[in-house]
Design a protein around this ligand. Structure first.
Ligand code: T4K
Length: 408
């Protein structure tokens, strides 16, 4: 779409790459994480109602409706809307009484580790399973010390952790388990919606997520007492007018955000259908390119397909992941290196654990190989065909590209 309207090149015509001196394939940048909007008119109607009610925050009509709709979609007793997933993680961690050390993957967005560190709890990084990109349960046990209180798994790309194996380790060592499900809203695992695993699961509705509330998040749990603590904590500990019974913070979602969430929920199936179609287009077009392997989704489960992620095997493809990213960016395809660098290579963890990479070989390897492609409602099959042609041409002309990059 972009190249037709804005005068870029057509699919199949990109054997002359921008990195080698041609015009970029896309005049405007194609982003990973372009927000899905849904029915704008319906959002504005809700916004007008919010103005009319003069009720902008503190558990308003839209927030309550958003909570009800999430609860029924996920089949959970509570799904508490929050201001963003980072504060939702912080609140859930505190409500679950995590202390000392907590085992987390390093192959995640840094917010997972920060939510612990912010509360002076030490994130202990565990390696991931190269097949799932999620926490490797077989590597958890060796990291447990007398100070360990819990495990936080991350359902990376919406693909579930091995929750059964994690529960098993946790049970044997008396640890509590929660999940960072920032990527996994509307996904299922073993036929059950994500939101029901561990004691709590945290979703993100950041602008870049397939369902967004501009900024937002939620914690799902089936535990009434935990839910009650989290509700108090997200509202300064207020248990009624002028009555504070707990230490708290401000984790509340506002009404405009909830209105955006409701508008997104109205179109949820369309967003997923578009993501799935995009994923299929990438899968078919990339399948025959040597050295490129797309992260697969289990089609027997529910999935939001919001991330199209591939691994680049540099020896086979001819270029490294970073070189391919440079090629794509020259074409205005702003592919991202999620997650790079891994959390253990960011501060303050890098200074705390200078030798962590020795314990995290799979994380290190993945961080050098993964790449996320643009998807969502902002791009279409023709854009994807063009992007995949760029990748194929990059493979075909790898030697020339490498020489050009080295000469820079
Ligand atoms: N846990 C995990 C596993 C997570 O992935 C995240 C967030 C969290 C926890 C924390 O959730 P929140 O507290 O954010 O709710 C982005 C997002 O900001 C972040 O939410 C997300 N994960 C992470 C994977 O990606 P950046 O630093 O890469 O964002 P940025 O600004 O570079 O934007 C990404 C792309 O999206 C760019 O190409 C531009 C485009 N974009 C972005 C925004 C904000 C748009 O087109 N429109 C927009 O409004 O972190």
């Amino acid at each position: 779409m972009v190249y037709v309207e804005q005068g870029g090149r057509k699919p199949g015509a990109n054997e002359k790459l921008a990195i080698l001196g041609a015009e970029p394939a896309f005049r405007e940048p194609l982003h990973v994480g372009r927000p899905n909007v849904g029915n704008e008119e319906r959002f504005f109607e809700r916004a007008r109602e919010i103005f009319a009610r003069r009720w902008f925050s503190n558990n308003g009509v839209c927030v309550r409706e958003f909570e009800e709709r999430m609860k029924s979609l996920l089949g959970v007793r509570h799904c508490i809307p929050m201001a963003n997933a980072t504060i939702a993680l912080e609140i859930a961690i505190r409500a679950m009484d995590f202390k000392g050390e907590v085992i987390v993957p390093s192959f995640t967005f840094v917010a997972t580790a920060h939510a612990l560190e912010w509360q002076e709890i030490k994130p202990v990084f565990c390696d991931v399973d190269p097949r799932t990109h999620c926490l490797d349960p077989a590597k958890i046990e060796r990291l447990i010390t007398p100070r360990t209180t819990g495990i936080i798994g991350v359902h990376v790309w919406g693909r579930p952790c091995d929750t059964e194996a994690i529960d098993d380790v946790a049970r044997r060592h008396g640890l509590r388990v929660m999940y960072d499900a920032a990527h996994a809203f509307a996904c299922s695992h073993r036929g059950q919606m994500i939101g029901r695993f561990g004691e709590a699961e945290v979703f993100s509705f950041h602008a870049t997520k397939f369902l967004n509330t501009f900024e937002g998040g939620a914690v799902a749990t089936n535990d009434d007492r935990l839910a009650e603590r989290m509700r108090l904590m997200k509202n300064f500990g207020f248990a009624g007018m002028d009555k504070v019974i707990y230490v708290g913070t401000n984790g509340k979602m506002n009404e405009m955000s909830a209105a955006m969430g409701l508008t997104g929920l109205d179109c949820l199936h369309e967003f997923i259908a578009v993501n799935r179609a995009n994923y299929e287009s990438y899968r078919q077009a990339l399948a025959s390119i040597p050295g490129i392997s797309l992260a697969a989704y289990d089609s027997s489960e529910k999935c939001n397909y919001q991330y199209v992620v591939c691994e680049v095997d540099a020896d086979v493809f001819g270029l490294t992941r970073d070189e391919l990213v440079t090629v794509l960016r020259a074409e205005n395809v702003l592919a991202r290196r999620y997650f790079f660098p891994a959390a253990h290579r960011m501060e303050p963890y890098r200074s705390y654990y200078p030798n962590a990479s020795l314990l995290l070989p799979e994380t290190e390897r993945l961080c050098e190989r993964v790449l996320s492609f643009p998807t969502g409602t902002a791009i279409d099959a023709k854009d994807i065909a063009c992007i995949c042609n760029i990748v194929r041409t990059a493979h075909d002309r790898a030697a020339e590209i490498r020489a050009t990059l080295q000469a820079r």
